[in-house]
Design a protein around this ligand. Structure first.
Ligand SMILES: NC(=O)c1ccc[n+]([C@@H]2O[C@H](COP(=O)([O-])OP(=O)(O)OC[C@H]3O[C@@H](n4cnc5c(N)ncnc54)[C@H](OP(=O)(O)O)[C@@H]3O)[C@@H](O)[C@H]2O)c1
Length: 261
């Protein structure tokens, strides 16, 4: 994909799953990557495994503290030009509302919502000044359809789509591109890493995600949508891919489906 050739792409969540697959495909496509997640060592392993490792760098950040993460990034990146920011890092949830601590809701919002805003605000002024740039956020089908066990995740992923819609409207006059990616079920560690009611990780797979499309295929479809500068794209297969369409045109049916699942 020539769109990414020679571009500097800041990719979060690059140590695992969809982000790792995007890193591999972006490196093949000639991008220069800044690889972010919490685990510096895992990111360094990723960097060394990519095509042209010398073109890429690691920037370990904890997005559960978004302002501190943005300040650290500002310090480490200095004046570096960012052509594309891909806000992909995220954490999901598997707990009923009755069982979920407020701290878990805050944690989900910090990483999945405020983390996106903090990094976006960091790169935005320079993009506006240069009149070029592309901001991408990986939301979810869970940002269009609320389901059981994901109340906090749904809130954060709905919210981030609203933020991206507003960003797109405000940035049109500055010629910036804004893309929201909405994956359905993808076979990654997302369920394993999901937060339960007390904030501990679920620690095991989930048949829905295990039965989803591969991270490679998700990355391929996502990068294609970015290269076409799409505003929003749903990525996946089966019912999770159809869900946003059904929600829009048959909301009563979707309400019954999610309540009975
Ligand atoms: N898989 C799906 O079915 C699915 C569906 C819809 C949307 N999504 C979204 O896709 C994105 C990628 O998820 P995935 O499926 O690839 O899951 P994953 O394999 O669990 O990867 C999550 C990534 O986020 C990083 N991360 C988690 N907490 C972080 C923090 N506090 N600070 C910085 N980085 C953090 C992780 O790295 P470290 O552990 O190194 O920090 C990892 O690289 C997420 O936004 C997720 O919500 C996934």
């Amino acid at each position: 994909m020539t769109y990414f050739q020679g571009k500097t792409v800041w990719l979060t969540g690059a140590s695992s799953g969809i982000g790792l697959a995007m890193a591999q495909q972006l490196a093949e496509a000639g991008a220069h990557l800044i690889l972010t997640s919490r685990r510096a060592e895992a990111l360094e392993q990723v960097r060394l495994s990519l095509a042209h490792p010398e073109r890429h760098r690691v920037l370990a950040l904890d997005l559960s503290q978004p302002e501190a993460a943005a300040e650290q990034a500002h310090h480490e990146l200095g004046d570096q030009v960012i052509d594309i920011l891909i806000n992909n890092a995220g954490v999901s949830q598997r707990s009923f509302i009755l069982d979920t601590d407020m701290a878990v809701y805050r944690q989900l919002m910090e990483i999945d919502y405020f983390g996106v805003i903090a990094l976006t605000k960091l790169v935005l002024p320079r993009m506006v000044e240069r009149r070029t740039g592309h901001i991408v956020t990986v939301s979810s089908v869970a940002g269009k359809v609320g389901t059981k066990l994901r109340s906090g995740y749904n809130g954060a992923k709905f919210g981030v789509i609203g933020f991206m819609d507003s960003l797109r409207a405000e940035m049109k006059q500055h010629d910036l591109v804004v893309t929201s990616i909405l994956p359905g079920f993808i076979n990654t560690q997302v369920a394993h890493n999901s937060l339960t009611g007390d904030g501990s990780a679920l620690g095991h797979e989930d048949p829905d995600n295990a039965g989803g499309i591969s991270a490679d295929e998700c990355a391929r479809q996502s990068l294609q949508a970015m290269s076409k500068q799409k505003a929003e794209v749903v990525v996946g297969s089966g019912v999770s891919k159809l869900a946003p369409f059904l929600q829009r045109f048959f909301p009563g049916l979707v309400r019954r489906m999610v309540a009975n699942r």
